[in-house]
Design a protein around this ligand. Structure first.
Ligand SMILES: Nc1ccn([C@@H]2O[C@H](COP(=O)(O)OP(=O)(O)OP(=O)(O)O)[C@@H](O)[C@H]2O)c(=O)n1
Ligand SMILES: C[C@](O)(CO)[C@H](O)COP(=O)(O)O
Length: 393
C-alpha cells in the first residue's frame, strides 16, 4: 500500500493468537514456542507485524507459560489471557481494544503461522480500504480431493470450488465485534465464518505458501524449508553409554523389543540398555543433560517404565528446538543372547519411536571375547552415537 493511502487509513491492530496448547504437534511445550531458525515460532509473526509501518498496536493472546517465554513485546503491544477455545481467545483480545472505534482495521492471526509477509498484510488492508467487510488469504487446493469413509476412497470432490484458508484475516473492528457478539457461544474455526453468519461477504485475496500452519511435528520441516532456515543449521553429535546387570527370570528388553532369554536386565525401568544409550546420545547432542536428569531413578513413576517413552521424549525435544535426527548408530555389547537375528526388528522399532526412516538407524552388536563383565555374561552394555541437525544458535 502506498504511503499516501496509509496516511488516510484507519488505525490497524493485530490480534496474535498464541493461546493454544498445540496438542496435535505433541511437543512438551506449546508449539508456538518451538524453535525455528534460532527463534520461537511465535516470534516470527510478532517481529513481522512489529516491522510493518501500518500496524500501530498488537495484542498477544497467550497463557502465562508462553508469556514468560516470549520476552519483551514490541512497543504498542499488550497481552490478553488465553481462552479455552480459539474463538474465546479472540474475544479476550477484542476486550483490550475497547478504546478503539469500529472503523479501525484488525488483523487476526494464528501464531502457529510464522511466515507472515508484508505483501499479504498489504493485500488484506487494501481490500478493506476499498470497502470489503472482511478479507482472508486463501490458496488453491493442489491435490485431487475425494470423500473418504474409513479406508474407502469415494467420490471426487470438485477442488476448483474449494480453497485453503489461512491467516491473518482482516476485518473492521466493528464487524469483528458484531460477529463475535452474534456468535453467542456457537463455535467456528475462524473469524471469517462468524462474519459470514452475519450475512456479510468475505473477500479472498491471494495467500502465501509461507503462511503454512504448524499443526503436526512434521510441519516444522516444511516450515524450515519454506522460511529458508535450513541453511541456518549446525550438525551436533552426541554419544551415550549404558550398562545393566543380567539377572535370572526377568524379561529381556533390548532396542525396544522383548527377546526370549534365560536372563533379563535389572534396573528401575524396563532396563532397556540400548534405548537408554540412544536416549543419552540424543540428549548429549542437544546438550540437554542425561536420561537420569529427566527421569530420575528416585522417582517412583518411572519404576518398570517402558524405555521407548524416554527415547520418544528425547526425539520430541529435538523437534521442539526445530531440529531433526539425521542418523543414529547403536552398538550392543553382549555375549548372549545373539543380537544379530533381532537386528532388523530393533532397527524397525527404533525408527518407529524416532519417526525417522529405518535407513537412518544403524544397529550393530559385538561380544568382548568372553573378557570383562559382558564376557562373563554378568551384564550387557550399549553405546550409541546420534547425529542431529539443529538451528544455528
Ligand atoms: N484456546 C486457543 C486455541 C488456539 N489458539 C491459537 O489459535 C491458533 C490456531 O489454532 P491451532 O493450530 O488449532 O492451535 P492449537 O489449539 O494450539 O493446536 P491443537 O488443536 O493441536 O491443540 C494457534 O496459533 C493457537 O495458539 C488460541 O489462541 N487459543
Ligand atoms: C484459522 C485457521 O488457521 C484457518 O485455516 C484454522 O481454522 C485454525 O486451526 P484449526 O486447525 O482449524 O484449529
Amino acid at each position: 500500500m502506498s504511503e499516501s493511502a496509509l496516511s488516510s487509513a484507519p488505525r490497524v491492530a493485530v490480534l496474535l493468537l498464541a493461546g493454544g496448547r498445540g496438542t496435535r504437534a505433541g511437543y512438551e511445550t506449546p508449539k508456538q514456542l518451538a524453535m525455528l531458525g534460532g527463534k520461537p515460532v511465535l516470534r516470527w509473526s510478532l517481529d513481522a507485524f512489529a516491522a510493518h509501518d501500518a500496524i500501530s498496536r498488537g495484542v498477544l493472546v497467550a497463557s502465562d507459560d508462553v508469556v514468560a517465554a516470549v520476552g519483551e513485546l514490541p512497543e504498542g503491544w499488550s497481552y490478553a489471557a488465553a481462552g479455552a477455545e480459539r474463538q474465546q481467545s479472540v474475544g479476550n483480545a477484542l476486550a483490550c481494544l475497547s478504546d478503539w472505534d469500529d472503523d479501525a482495521m484488525i488483523l487476526v492471526h494464528d501464531a502457529a503461522r510464522p511466515g507472515v509477509t508484508a505483501a499479504v498484510v498489504d493485500r488484506l488492508l487494501a481490500v478493506l480500504q476499498n470497502g470489503a467487510k472482511a478479507a482472508i488469504p486463501t490458496l488453491p487446493v493442489p491435490d485431487t480431493l475425494v470423500e473418504q469413509a474409513g479406508n474407502e476412497a469415494g467420490e471426487v470432490v470438485d477442488r476448483a470450488a474449494l480453497a485453503r484458508v489461512q491467516t491473518p484475516q482482516a476485518f473492521h473492528l466493528g464487524t469483528l465485534r458484531r460477529a463475535h457478539a452474534a456468535a453467542a457461544g456457537a463455535t467456528a474455526t475462524d473469524d471469517a465464518q462468524l462474519v459470514r453468519r452475519l450475512g456479510l461477504p468475505v473477500q479472498a485475496v491471494a495467500g502465501d505458501a509461507r503462511l503454512h500452519k504448524l499443526t503436526y511435528a512434521e510441519d516444522m520441516d516444511i516450515l524450515s524449508g519454506l522460511l529458508g532456515t535450513k541453511a541456518m543449521t549446525r550438525t551436533a553429535v552426541g554419544m551415550g553409554y549404558d550398562v545393566h546387570r543380567l539377572v535370572a527370570d526377568k524379561p529381556l528388553w533390548i532396542g525396544g523389543i522383548e527377546i526370549a532369554h534365560s536372563h533379563g536386565l535389572e534396573g528401575h525401568s524396563d532396563a532397556d540398555v540400548a534405548l537408554h544409550a540412544l536416549t543419552d546420545a540424543i540428549l548429549g547432542a542437544l546438550a540437554d543433560g542425561d536420561i537420569g536428569d529427566h527421569f530420575p531413578p528416585s522417582d517412583p513413576q518411572w519404576r518398570g517404565a517402558a524405555s521407548h517413552r524416554f527415547l520418544a521424549f528425547a526425539a520430541d525435544r529435538v523437534a521442539a528446538r526445530g531440529g531433526r535426527i539425521e542418523h543414529v548408530d547403536l552398538t550392543i555389547i553382549a555375549e548372549a543372547p545373539k543380537i544379530g537375528p533381532h537386528r532388523p526388528a530393533i532397527r524397525e522399532r527404533i525408527a518407529e519411536i524416532l519417526a525417522i526412516p529405518v535407513a537412518k538407524v544403524s544397529v550393530k552388536a559385538t561380544t568382548t571375547e568372553r573378557l570383562g563383565f559382558t564376557g562373563r555374561r554378568e551384564g550387557i552394555a550399549a553405546q550409541a552415537v546420534a547425529t542431529l541437525q539443529l538451528p544455528e544458535i
